[in-house]
Design a protein around this ligand. Structure first.
Ligand SMILES: C[S@@+](CC[C@H](N)C(=O)[O-])C[C@H]1O[C@@H](n2cnc3c(N)ncnc32)[C@H](O)[C@@H]1O
Length: 219
């Protein structure tokens, strides 16, 4: 076996032709299962994004929830740093992939549907990457409601948002005004930065955003 064969496989390129899949409904675990099983994961960064690293270094207290975690690279980084973290995904194959990656830290990964999941803690922050854009538009209102229900006043929803409408998806891009209308009733936008190092599928259309849950934090 050559040294090269031991290296992790790079993510599939965005320009790679999508194979034929049986499942067409991204609101179902079967859709994602099929893609993980066949290794078609053009969204997978195969590592931890620098903006995430920088944010985690600034926010070192409290528990973190990662919904739609996929391969869960960020959960591994947080667990290795001794942080309290739960990473969830409703696709059994995603969970298998994530648990293999996490090794000794595998128990932080749970198979669960974000819309029904009750974390074992009140998160200090929830990390968003390629989760909202994985959801069909019909679920975006539910996303905002559930994020608002999970985060106490003052807690943060932070991560990458894929902007600009797309004719089809996933990824389902969201117009900037629509994102603001979705989240602003519950959250105040406190960070909003361009992302220069996106992987091809998201290039030029991602922003790092941090939204703070409105309301008065408990003393
Ligand atoms: C595009 S992938 C992104 C994975 C990961 N966040 C990343 O950045 O590599 C979207 C993930 O969200 C998961 N997902 C979609 N809807 C979900 C839901 N309702 N509850 C939990 N996970 C969900 C899918 O199974 C898939 O693994």
């Amino acid at each position: 076996m050559s040294a090269d064969s031991n290296r992790p496989k790079p993510p599939a390129d965005a320009r790679q032709t999508a194979p034929e899949f049986a499942s067409r409904d991204p609101d179902s675990p079967a859709f994602w299962d099929e893609r993980f099983e066949r290794g078609f994961m053009p969204w997978d960064q195969a590592g931890v994004p620098p903006a995430f690293k920088a944010f985690a270094a600034r926010h070192t207290e409290g528990a973190v929830l990662i919904p739609g975690c996929g391969s869960a690279w960020e959960a591994l980084a947080l667990a290795q740093a001794g942080r309290q973290v739960r990473a969830i995904d409703f696709s059994p194959n995603a969970v298998v992939t994530a648990r293999e990656r996490l090794g000794a830290y595998a128990p932080v990964v749970e198979q669960a549907d974000f819309f029904a999941y009750e974390p074992p803690f009140a998160p200090a922050w929830i990390y968003e990457r390629a989760f909202l854009c994985a959801l069909p538009k019909a679920r975006w209102g539910d996303y905002a409601q559930r994020m608002a229900a999970l985060l106490p006043a003052g807690a943060l929803l932070a991560g990458f948002y894929f902007l600009g409408a797309t004719p089809k998806g996933p990824p389902f891009g969201i117009e900037r005004g629509e994102l603001d209308a979705l989240l602003a009733p519950h959250f105040e936008l406190i960070e909003d930065e361009a992302v220069a190092d996106s992987i091809p599928i998201f290039a030029g259309r991602e922003r790092w955003m941090t939204w703070r849950r409105r309301g008065v934090a408990a003393a």
